[in-house]
Design a protein around this ligand. Structure first.
Ligand SMILES: Nc1ncnc2c1ncn2[C@@H]1O[C@H](COP(=O)(O)OP(=O)(O)OP(=O)(O)O)[C@@H](O)[C@H]1O
Length: 121
């Protein structure tokens, strides 16, 4: 098969990645919820006029949670594909993948508290 030019190949990959983003948003309940929370936090950022540093922390937190959630979804899909039956090893893999989402979610909540609690009290 003839090799594609480098830039054609890269542009195609970006297209696949956007397709994946829309698939996640359309099909995965947890990503939908996180997306709504991200929109609410963005509205809160404008309402409270948070600083550039606070925007960076907030945007990184949102990106981390949704990015890791996307990878967790991929792990779940691969797990279900390779082993549709009950299997303790698959249970362990899914649990630690969900644990990774929990780590970034806890950190994101702390970031949110650090930014907004001083503005609310
Ligand atoms: N094939 C399996 N074998 C053993 N345990 C499993 C299996 N599938 C799921 N589990 C257990 O059930 C939990 C939830 O799995 P599931 O795939 O439903 O994830 P979920 O977080 O509920 O998914 P979603 O993001 O789609 O709501 C896993 O963390 C694991 O403990």
């Amino acid at each position: 098969m003839p090799k594609e030019p480098f830039f054609v190949n890269r542009i195609k990959s970006v297209g696949f990645a956007f397709k994946g983003l829309f698939l996640l948003l359309r099909t995965e309940a947890s990503i939908k919820i996180q997306f709504v929370i991200a929109l609410l936090m963005t509205a809160a950022g404008f309402y409270f006029e948070i600083s550039a540093g606070e925007w960076m922390a907030q945007l990184l937190s949102i990106g981390m949670v949704m990015g890791v959630e996307g990878l967790n979804t991929a792990v779940e899909k691969i797990s279900d594909y390779i082993q549709p039956n009950e299997d303790p090893k698959i249970g362990f893999i899914k649990d630690i993948s969900a644990g990774a989402v929990m780590i970034v979610s806890i950190i994101a909540c702390i970031v949110g508290l650090v930014i907004y609690v001083p503005k609310l009290v």
